[in-house]
Ligand binder design. Structure first.
Ligand code: PEP
Ligand code: MN
Length: 376
């Protein structure tokens, strides 16, 4: 199902000059007037930045940590904008934040990951935005829940905000990995599929939590056709009051941007397109074949189900499943498929087989959708 939100294209409200890639940068937090203004100047001097970000009100996990400099920071942002010409962006989490930010002339607002999880908070922000024409970016919720992300975007859009974008900043996960927040790219891709006209900006800083990985994630985001990057940059990251490990100096940021390869979603030139069409045709044929084989496999699964039913045998036979898993993954490995991929694929096929056989076993019983499933 596709959602068609009423959204204006990104270049109608940011990066009108068409810098590639689009980069929003600035410190995690505004700390002092000097830190913010000096960072802004260095960022502007690179010529590669489209907007200046800074956290004024900071959501912190534990009390007693630096919770943002507060409203005074809005004055510093105003000065930074006056001196550099960069439009400004801040995070808002309450109606009061919205009012203050708008009053101070902030150009772009964003909803943080900890706010997107809470429909009450998002609705409060949306209500405060009614009748205002300001661009808003909505970060993904902390937990991997696409609907919550879409819901927040809809609430803001329903308030009349059409200059809208999503920010992909990764998802919290209990399992520790190289990343601070797991990218779970498939959720961002699902959002793109669901709302095709919604721009998505990637935030490699909060995904990685580690400045050494920012280039890698930025490249991946661009390769997945995301429309921009939001990267935290601080004049002296090592002494930053928040998120020190993930911030980069404006000079380091400039270098990261220089190393990014810009690829086009559609290849230009007839010859390249011919090649791409030919390869896509091959893929289409193989996909059709895979589906056909899956259907054949499922027919056999049904026969097995009927046979088990007639002979009163349980659906699941663990030894048989172990054997399948083992044999197939070693075969797949020999064909250079990753073990993880093969296991996931087999598990998916297996759970569908079990579902099918359960239907067969229960056929004729109350509430079972039996008729159409037996003896096709
Ligand atoms: C931030 O952008 O500094 C921030 C607090 O991010 P998030 O909401 O993604 O945690
Ligand atoms: Mn941060």
């Amino acid at each position: 199902m596709k959602h068609n939100l009423n959204i204006q294209p990104l270049n109608s409200w940011i990066n009108k000059s068409g810098k590639e890639p689009l980069v929003i940068a600035g410190p995690c937090s505004a700390e002092t007037e000097d830190q913010l203004v000096a960072t802004a100047h260095l960022l502007a001097k690179t010529g590669k930045i489209s907007a200046l970000r800074a956290g004024i009100w900071k959501p912190r996990t534990r009390p007693g940590e630096f919770e943002g400099i507060g409203s005074i920071g809005l004055e510093w942002l105003k000065r930074a904008k006056e001196e550099t010409g960069l439009p400004t962006a801040v995070e808002v989490a309450t109606a009061k934040h919205v009012e203050e930010a708008l009053k101070a002339g902030v150009d772009i607002l964003w909803v943080g990951a900890r706010s997107t999880v809470n429909p009450f908070t998002v609705q409060e922000i949306a209500d405060a935005l009614k009748g205002v024409d300001v661009p808003v970016m909505v970060k993904n919720p902390v937990n991997p829940d696409l609907s919550l992300w879409v819901g927040a975007l809809e609430r803001i859009n329903n308030a009349g905000i059409t200059k809208l974008a999503a920010i992909h900043r990764g998802f919290s996960s209990y399992e520790k990995s190289a990343f601070r927040n797991e990218p779970m790219w498939d959720i961002a891709i699902a959002l793109k599929t669901l709302v095709p006209n919604l721009p998505i900006i990637n935030d490699p800083s909060h995904i990685t939590g580690n400045r050494d990985l920012i280039g890698y994630i930025s490249q991946k985001a661009l390769d997945l056709d995301m429309q921009g990057l939001m990267i935290e940059s601080h004049i002296d990251p090592t002494v930053a009051w928040t998120d020190a490990a993930q911030q980069v100096t404006p000079a380091a940021l400039s270098e990261i941007i220089d190393h990014l390869a810009l690829r086009k979603p559609e290849v230009k030139g007839a010859e390249l397109n011919d090649k791409l069409t030919e390869l896509r045709n091959q893929i289409d044929k193989i996909d059709d074949l895979i589906i056909q084989k899956m259907a054949e496999r499922m027919k056999i699964v049904e026969k097995i189900g009927n046979h088990k039913k007639e002979n009163n045998v349980t659906i699941l036979q663990v030894n048989r499943w172990d054997e399948i898993l083992h044999k197939r993954t070693s075969y797949a490995k020999a064909l250079k498929l990753s073990g993880e991929f093969t296991e996931k694929l087999l598990e998916l096929m297996h759970s569908e087989s079990i579902r099918k056989q359960t239907e067969i076993m229960n056929a004729g019983q109350e509430n079972a959708p039996a008729e159409k499933l037996t003896h096709a």
